[in-house]
Design a binder for this molecule. Structure first.
Ligand code: H79
Length: 423
């Protein structure tokens, strides 16, 4: 019986791997937090933090007219950065739908002067550019709807908890809007749910089933429910980089460029391109995806400072594409002092932080395969680096001593390729 169960699990895992393959291969995605909260420019929790009454918050919708929005420009930037999918807030906790919705008039077409559906324009631009479009949808927190109910973060200044009938929200807004998102915008790569606190097991299963019935291939992240094992992959905590092998499912780190998600003029603590590349290397070396966020302005533009950093990251990701896309995380369970490793059959990629360049060479213990040769990924002539290896028959492992190029060969992180005998 145990064996049968193992067999069943293997089949399930193979199905899941196949389903998530486009996503794990992509490795790097763009997160976009965009909504009415861009106007006050204090982050996406503005309404809650200010306890702003619904009728006051709705005035922002009347003002929202992002005429500088250009879907192609955003998609081009994502591509330049080396990102292969986009996850955008179709609806955040404020309840405002950034798409045309028949289910709820509090949406960009009905409540704002803009007169365009940005999700539609993004869907077209993504389709053209070969980028996978995905939607963030706040399924439990909704400060605009009288019947949404979350464990902690409710709109208690407009609505009384004891008068809430959750099913009116669930059946009347959430499911109809998910149907709109999954039927009007073509194929959606994944739905990114957030903060499921208080959602019952029954409703969790209901929403998963519902999404599957509309688009069976569409992935869902683990935040769809607090019940164990739900969702196709794990979203770590915001800005949290996991540990190798900690999760049995594929995983991602959602990360901010500064310390906020929605556009803000208050927070000016920006990660440098160097630190972003280090973080990307750290995440992919542990087998995860990086979902890196931008917060566009109320006019509809990605702030130039963010764009510049992403382009700088992109110069690196494009040069080192071979060591990123379609690779697996490091086969070594330990953290490495000098950087990170990715792998694909027959190759190891050593990502070495330039500021920790091991001038006297690099020693790596515990390689199963014989190493055929080593060279810098940035070197078009693939000039071989000197290497020595000793083989421990008892352990069936090689120890490698590698002579490094005298200096780093790329900006911030230099990549060395080890070609292996066999897979
Ligand atoms: O969409 C982004 C956040 O708005 C959302 N998840 C990411 C991807 C998020 N929802 N809930 N939380 C994050 C956690 C809530 C943290 C809080 Fe607070 C601490 C709410 C109130 C205190 C952060 C700090 C928000 C307001 C102050």
């Amino acid at each position: 019986q145990g064996k049968q169960k193992d067999g069943l699990n293997l089949v399930k895992m193979a199905d899941r791997d196949q389903k998530t393959e486009w996503w794990t291969k992509s490795r790097f995605g763009m997160f976009i937090h965009w909504g009415l909260y861009a106007i006050p420019a204090q982050g996406e929790w503005f309404m809650y933090a200010q306890k702003l009454p619904v009728h006051e918050y709705e005035k922002l919708a009347q003002q929202f007219n992002p005429t500088a929005f250009n879907a192609k420009a955003w998609v081009t930037l994502a591509k330049e950065a080396g990102m292969r999918y986009i996850v955008i807030t179709a609806k955040h906790h404020d309840g405002f739908a950034m798409f045309q919705s028949k289910a709820d008039p509090f949406n960009i077409m009905d409540a704002s002067p803009f007169g365009r559906d940005p999700m539609k324009e993004l869907a077209e631009a993504c389709q053209e550019a070969g980028i996978t479009l995905c939607f963030y949808y706040s399924h439990v927190i909704d400060w605009h709807h009288p019947h949404s109910l979350h464990k902690e973060h409710n709109n208690t200044w407009d609505y009384k908890l004891e008068e809430k009938r959750f099913s009116e929200y669930w059946e009347g807004k959430v499911k109809p809007q998910l149907r709109e998102l999954l039927t009007e915008y073509g194929k959606i790569g994944l739905l990114w749910f957030d903060t499921a606190g208080g959602l019952s097991e029954e409703d969790s299963k209901d929403i998963v089933q519902y999404v599957r019935s509309l688009q069976p291939e569409c992935l869902m992240n683990s935040r769809v429910s607090h019940f164990m094992g739900m969702g196709d992959y794990v979203s770590k905590g915001d800005n949290e980089i996991g540990m190798s092998g900690e999760d049995r499912r594929p995983w991602e780190t959602p990360m901010t460029l500064n310390q906020s998600w929605g556009y803000t003029t208050r927070d000016q603590v920006w990660k440098t391109a160097e630190s972003l590349i280090h973080k990307l290397v750290n995440v992919i070396g542990k087998g995860g995806n990086l979902l890196l966020n931008v917060g566009p302005t109320p006019e509809g533009e990605i702030p130039e400072l963010s764009a510049q950093r992403l382009r700088e990251v992109g110069e690196w990701t494009h040069r080192n594409a071979e060591s990123i896309y379609g690779t697996d995380g490091s086969p070594f369970p330990c953290e490495l002092q000098w950087g990170g490793i990715t792998t694909r059959p027959g190759r190891l990629y050593l990502h070495i932080h330039n500021n920790k360049w091991p001038e006297n060479g690099l020693r790596i213990h515990g390689i199963r395969n014989h190493v055929l040769c080593a060279y810098s990924l940035a070197d078009p002539s693939k000039e071989e680096l000197r290497l020595e290896q000793t083989y421990d028959e008892g352990l069936n492992l090689h120890t490698l001593s590698l002579q490094m190029p005298p200096q780093p060969t790329d900006a911030y992180v230099s990549v060395i390729v080890l070609e292996l005998e066999g897979e």
